[in-house]
Design a binder for this molecule. Structure first.
Ligand code: B12
Ligand code: SF4
Length: 419
């Protein structure tokens, strides 16, 4: 089918914008294996855009904004299902993976999503990735949710390249995020966003259960977890999980339909949209010693940091080295540099080189170059040390953790991955 015919069909079924791309598109190389795992025989991807109602998503009242995210999310799933069904009825087997969050929990904490909707939408020229790592649509701006239909249909024709980047580089997303997840240089602090915004999603509930297990009695639990937090968790479980922020989307003025107020009167945009969010008094979930904790204390002294344990725990030694870029903190890594060699034994032996250089992290398989510190241990023991179940000093004394080089670097290393 022609790309424009597919687009028209998607619009007729309720999408606000749509674009089709071949699975052979070079920008989709990383999606290929996962997409074919869900629909063997897939040939194309149809990206769908559903617009949100900006004033809802901008409301300082979380229930209003969350309802908008959930409502439009349901719509995105609904439209994607209609399109998948319509194409299947025409003889092209098609499926609609969830629009929502990582749902393939067997692979969690690894990649738990079948297809990256952002990557597909950008390849289909529906928008560009903004500084805040969301796709910005030229008309609807950041106020969109995405879905993708995976299909056997062959797409004829290429999408027209988008001629401009809708991000206006105002950096309001940087200023509004309560945990400093968006850096002005485009870096995204994944763990900061995940720990706060996703407190009531996948792993935050597990953390609450651990809090219950650790509490001495009812009063102790009440001292640890307020009634409002327990009630909020219950509402998330009973209805749909509540995001704690999404301010990066709320304040973004990009997109022809949205730009109005910002273009006319920047001060009014700040007063009416940005400040009600930045001035909100609210609990902000952060891990002790993280850059997010430092950020909220420095930038938003009127918000209350609530210290939590990191719930991003690697499942095994191999995933440990894949996961550390997500939990790495630039702050404690500034002003020094070192190379670490890890030789971890056990059921899945792993060798890896980790370089920390003035706030930057690099992870490479194998033992490469000269190490300032070499660490040798059983992989399981190492995981227990990093998750604070085992004492590293005792492990060194008993010879189960062997180090060669400057042992004080171990402390510096662990400060970069607070838990
Ligand atoms: C994982 C994920 C997240 C993660 C990571 C976000 C990110 N920047 O990728 C977290 C939990 C932080 C998150 C937050 C939000 N998300 Co989200 N999320 C996804 C998901 C499932 C996949 C994202 C993806 O494509 N990653 C791959 C690459 C392209 O992304 P990247 O930015 O280059 O790299 C990051 C990720 O790969 C991540 N990562 C790497 N390995 C792993 C492993 C695990 C387990 C996880 C969880 C993440 C992760 O770390 C990288 C650096 O930060 C999609 C749904 C889907 N199936 O596509 C929605 C999606 C991207 N999210 C969306 C939204 C709306 C949000 C929030 C606004 C939610 C909210 N209401 O608060 C925030 C915005 C935060 C932000 N500024 O990015 C929308 C974006 C719409 C748009 N306009 O682009 C999507 C497409 C959902 C949808 N169907 O519309 N999200
Ligand atoms: S808020 Fe400004 S800098 Fe951030 S993504 Fe939107 S337009 Fe770009």
């Amino acid at each position: 089918m022609g790309a424009s015919e597919l687009r028209e069909l998607a619009l007729a079924l309720g999408a606000d914008d749509a674009g089709a791309v071949s699975l052979d598109h070079p920008d989709l190389a990383e999606e290929r294996a996962s997409v074919l795992g869900a629909l063997p025989g897939a040939r194309s991807l149809i990206a769908l855009v559903l617009r949100m109602h900006p004033p809802n998503a901008q409301s300082p009242r979380r229930s209003v904004a969350n309802h908008e995210f959930h409502r439009v999310g349901e719509e995105a799933d609904e439209v994607a299902r209609r399109l998948a069904t319509a194409l299947s009825e025409r003889g092209f087997r098609s499926i609609n993976p969830a629009m929502a969050f990582p749902m393939e929990m067997d692979s969690f904490p690894g990649r738990g999503w079948i297809v990256s909707h952002k990557v597909v939408a950008v390849a289909a020229q529906l928008g560009r990735m903004g500084l805040h790592r969301n796709v910005i649509h030229p008309r609807f701006g950041s106020f969109i949710l995405l879905a993708t239909v995976i299909s056997e249909v062959e797409v004829e024709g290429q999408p027209e390249p988008l001629s401009f980047n809708p991000c206006v580089d105002c950096k309001l997303c940087v200023a509004a995020c309560p945990v400093g997840a968006i850096e002005p240089d485009g870096a995204f602090r994944f763990s900061a966003c995940y720990d706060h915004n996703y407190r009531e999603f996948m792993t935050g509930f597990g953390d609450l259960l651990e809090e219950v297990a650790d509490s001495r009695d009812r009063q102790d639990l009440r001292d640890r977890v307020s009634i409002s937090e327990t009630a909020s968790m219950w509402q998330s479980l009973a209805y749909k999980p509540n995001y704690k922020a999404a301010y990066c989307v709320a304040v973004c003025p990009a997109g022809d339909d949205v730009l109005g107020l910002f273009a006319r009167d920047r001060k009014a945009h700040l007063r009416e949209i940005v400040r009600p969010l930045t001035e909100r008094e609210e609990r902000v979930y952060v891990v002790a010693g993280s850059d997010a904790e430092a950020h909220v204390r420095r930038r938003f002294p009127h918000k209350q940091p609530r210290i939590i344990r990191s719930s991003l725990r690697p499942a095994d030694v191999r995933s440990f080295f894949r996961s550390i870029p997500l939990t790495f903190q630039r702050g404690p890594a500034r002003g020094w540099k070192a190379t670490f060699h890890f030789a971890l034994s056990g059921a899945h032996p792993v060798e890896a080189t980790v370089r920390i250089d003035d706030g930057a992290l690099e992870v490479e398989p194998g033992l490469v170059g000269e190490a300032d510190l070499r660490v040798e241990a059983d992989g399981q023991l190492w995981l227990e040390i990093v998750s604070k179940k085992r004492n590293p000093v005792l492990a060194v004394l008993t010879g189960r953790l062997k180090t060669r080089g400057d042992r004080s670097l171990l402390r510096k290393f662990s400060a970069c991955f607070p838990r």
